[in-house]
Design a protein around this ligand. Structure first.
Ligand code: UT7
Length: 328
C-alpha cells in the first residue's frame, strides 16, 4: 500500500453563458465599479435553465479522468462537495456516478460549503490510507445561480456556477502532505439558506418570501475569512513539516480579491505566486478551488515537485487548507 496520496489528474467545466457586471446593472441596483472595487469580480458563468449541478460535475469529472488516464470503472469512491445539489436526495455524487458510468464506485455528497473541496480531499486521502479505496474522484460542483434571490444585490453579484474535479490515488512520493480542517457552528447564521430543509420545509409562504435562497452577512464572513485563511494555512504548513518559505504557489478559494490580497500579504507570498480567477468566474463555492487548481496547473504555474498551498473557507462556518507536493 502507498504511504503517499496525491492528485493524479484534474479537470474543470464552466457553463458557456457569461454574465458581466454591466449585464447585472440592467437588472438590479448595482454598478460595475462597486463590484470590481469591493470583490474583484468582472464577469461570471451562469448555467442554462435546464442544467443542474450534476451536469457540470460529470463534465469536470470526465475531464479529470481523461487527464489522469483512469477509466470510470476504476473509480471506487466519488465524493461530491456541493451546497447546490440537484435535489435533497439521492446525492449528486450518485447522479454523477450514473452519468459517467463509474459502476464500481461508492458515492456520497459532502457538505462543507466553500471549504468542501478541501474537506473532500482530506476524506479521500483518509479512505486511501486506510485501505478502503484505491482511486477516488473528488468533485466540487455548484449551480448557485438557482439558489440566489436576484433582488438581493449583496449575494446576486457574488456567486456563480461551475465545477472542478480531481482524481486522487496512491503515489510514490509527495502528494497531499498535510491537511487542516475546522468549523465553528456559532457562525452558521452569517451564511445560510433558511428554507427547504426540515427546519423550514417549503410552503407557499417560504417561496413568496424568497427564503429558498442564499442569505449572507458579508462583512461578518469577510472578517472571519481574513483571519481564518491565514491561521489554517499556517496550521497545514506546520503539519507538513515545511515552512512558509517552502511554499511555491498559493491557490485560494476565490471569494473576494481583497481577502486573497490581504492573506497573501500577511503570508508574504507575492501575488505572482497566487492564482486568481475571481475576475472571470466570481465565487463558485466548493468548485472554486478545484477550478483554480486545474487552471493553474494547465497554464504552467504549477510544476512537478512544487509545494502548493490550497485554502478555503465558507458557510458553516468552515475552513480548510492542504499542502500538496505536485506529482504530475
Ligand atoms: O465563499 C463564501 C464566503 N463568502 C465570502 O467570503 C464573502 C465575504 N464578504 C465579502 O466579500 C464582502 O463583504 C461583500 C463583497 C459581500 C460586500 O462588501 P462590503 O465591503 O462588506 O460591503 P457591505 O456589505 O458592508 O456594503 C457596503 C455598502 C452598503 O451600502 P450602505 O449601507 O453603506 O449605503 C451596501 O448596501 O455597499 C452596498 N452594496 C452594494 N452597492 C452596489 C452592497 N452590495 C452592493 C452591490 N452594488 N452589489
Amino acid at each position: 500500500m502507498n504511504k503517499s496520496v496525491g492528485i493524479i489528474g484534474m479537470g474543470s467545466y464552466l457553463p458557456e453563458r457569461i454574465v458581466t457586471n454591466f449585464d447585472l446593472e440592467k437588472i438590479m441596483d448595482t454598478n460595475n465599479d462597486w463590484i470590481v472595487e469591493r470583490t474583484g469580480i468582472e464577469r461570471r458563468r451562469i448555467a442554462e435553465k435546464d442544467i443542474a449541478t450534476s451536469d457540470l460535475g460529470a463534465k469536470a469529472a470526465e475531464a479529470a479522468l481523461l487527464d489522469a488516464g483512469v477509466k470510470a470503472e476504476e473509480i471506487d469512491l466519488i465524493i461530491t462537495a456541493t451546497l447546490s445539489p440537484d435535489m435533497n436526495f439521492p446525492s449528486t455524487a450518485c447522479i454523477i456516478q450514473e452519468k459517467i458510468g463509474a459502476v464500481n464506485a461508492a458515492a456520497f455528497d459532502l457538505g462543507a460549503a466553500c471549504s468542501g473541496f478541501i474537506y473532500a480531499l482530506t476524506t479521500a486521502k483518509a479512505f486511501i490510507l486506510s485501505g478502503q479505496a484505491k482511486t477516488v474522484l473528488v468533485i466540487g460542483a455548484e449551480v448557485i445561480s438557482k439558489l440566489l434571490n436576484w433582488e438581493d444585490r449583496k449575494t446576486a453579484v457574488i456567486f456563480a456556477d461551475g465545477a472542478g474535479a480531481a482524481v486522487v490515488s496512491g503515489v510514490e512520493e509527495g502528494g497531499i502532505l498535510s491537511t487542516a480542517l475546522g468549523a465553528d457552528g456559532t457562525g452558521g447564521k452569517f451564511l445560510y439558506m433558511p428554507a427547504g430543509g426540515t427546519r423550514m420545509p417549503a410552503t407557499h409562504e417560504t417561496v413568496d418570501k424568497k427564503l429558498h435562497s442564499v442569505v449572507m452577512d458579508g462583512s461578518e464572513v469577510f472578517k472571519f475569512a481574513s483571519r481564518k485563511m491565514v491561521e489554517v494555512s499556517e496550521e497545514a504548513i506546520r503539519r507538513s513539516g515545511l515552512t512558509l518559505n517552502d511554499i511555491d504557489y498559493l491557490v485560494p478559494h476565490q471569494a473576494n480579491l481583497r481577502i486573497i490580497n490581504n492573506a497573501a500579504k500577511r503570508m508574504n507570498i507575492p501575488m505572482d505566486r497566487v492564482y486568481v480567477n475571481i475576475q472571470e468566474y466570481g465565487n463558485i463555492s466548493a468548485a472554486s478551488v478545484p477550478i483554480a487548481l486545474d487552471e493553474a496547473v494547465k497554464k504552467g504555474h504549477i510544476k512537478k515537485g512544487d509545494h502548493i498551498l490550497v485554502v478555503g473557507f465558507g458557510a458553516g462556518l468552515t475552513w480548510g487548507a492542504a499542502i500538496i507536493q505536485w506529482n504530475k
